[in-house]
Design a protein around this ligand. Structure first.
Ligand SMILES: C[S@@+](CC[C@H](N)C(=O)[O-])C[C@H]1O[C@@H](n2cnc3c(N)ncnc32)[C@H](O)[C@@H]1O
Length: 218
C-alpha cells in the first residue's frame, strides 16, 4: 500500500505510526527528520523519478509512505505519482493557503489561488496585479520580494505566512513599504489583497464559481 500523507507543522498520529513501520518513507528532509525516519528507510524527495523507482522496487505487500506539505492534491506530488501509474491512498492536511486565510479570518472561496512554486512565475504575479484577493504558493526564487516588485504602487496589502504550523510560525499583515523591507523565512505563502483583512471590503462576495466571476463563463 502506498499512502500519501499531508503534513503542515506537526504530523498527525496516523502518519507517525505509518512512518514508524513503512518499508520506505519518502518526503522532504525536514518532514523525514521530524518523523525520525532512519537512513535505511528514508528517501529525501528531490526529483520525483528516483522516488517512483524506489517505490516500484519494493516487494509486493510492502508499505510506502509519501509525506507532502499541506494538501498533496493541491500543487502536490499526487498528480505525478498517479501519472506514473501508482495506486495511492491519500490522507490530506489543511493546505498552506487555506491556513493563511484562516489566520486572518478571511473567506477564500472568492480568492484566486496561484502557484509560483517551480513554475514560470509570470501568470501568478500578473494575477496579483488584477485580482483583489490572491493566494500564492512561493518558492525560494519567487517569494515576497518578487511579489512586492510586481505589484509596486498598487496599494496592495500582503499577508505573509511563514512556516505555518511550526513553532516559529509567523503571520503578518504588511504594507508595500513594510513588505519590501522583509526577508521572509522558508517556506512561506503570501496573500495579496486589495483591502486590509480587517476591512469588510476584504470579505468579498460569494460567487458560484470559486475565484469569482469569469468573463468567459455565464
Ligand atoms: C509544492 S507547494 C505545495 C503546496 C501544498 N500542497 C499545500 O497545500 O500547501 C510548496 C509551497 O507551499 C507553501 N508551503 C508549504 N508548507 C508551508 C508551511 N508550513 N508554511 C508556509 N508555506 C508553506 C510554500 O509556498 C511552499 O514553497
Amino acid at each position: 500500500m502506498i499512502t500519501v500523507y499531508g503534513y503542515l507543522g506537526a504530523p498527525r498520529p496516523a502518519l507517525v505510526d505509518a512512518a514508524a513501520s513503512a518499508s520506505l518513507v519518502v518526503g522532504g528532509r525536514r518532514h523525514l527528520d521530524a518523523l525520525a525516519v532512519p537512513d535505511g528507510r528514508r528517501l529525501v524527495l528531490g526529483r520525483i523519478d528516483p522516488a517512483i523507482d524506489a517505490i516500484r522496487a519494493l516487494p509486493a505487500g510492502a508499505d510506502a509512505v509519501v509525506v507532502a506539505s499541506g494538501d498533496p492534491l493541491f500543487y502536490g506530488v499526487v498528480r505525478r505519482l498517479r501519472a506514473a501509474g501508482l495506486a495511492l491512498r491519500v490522507v490530506p492536511e489543511v493546505g498552506s493557503l487555506q491556513a493563511a486565510f484562516a489566520a486572518v479570518a478571511l473567506p477564500w472561496d472568492d480568492a484566486l489561488l496561484v502557484s509560483a512554486h517551480g513554475n514560470d512565475p509570470a501568470p501568478a504575479l500578473a494575477a496579483c496585479r488584477t485580482h483583489p484577493k490572491v493566494g500564492l504558493l512561493t518558492d525560494p526564487r519567487t517569494g515576497l520580494g518578487e511579489i512586492v516588485a510586481a505589484t509596486a504602487g498598487l496599494g496592495r496589502l500582503y499577508v505573509l505566512a511563514e512556516r505555518i504550523g511550526e513553532e516559529d510560525e509567523r503571520v503578518r499583515v504588511l504594507t508595500e513599504d513594510e513588505a519590501a523591507a522583509v526577508t521572509p523565512a522558508q517556506p512561506h505563502v503570501v496573500l495579496v489583497l486589495a483591502h486590509h483583512p480587517d476591512d469588510p471590503a476584504a470579505l468579498g462576495a460569494q460567487h458560484p464559481l470559486a475565484g469569482g466571476p469569469r468573463e468567459d463563463l455565464p
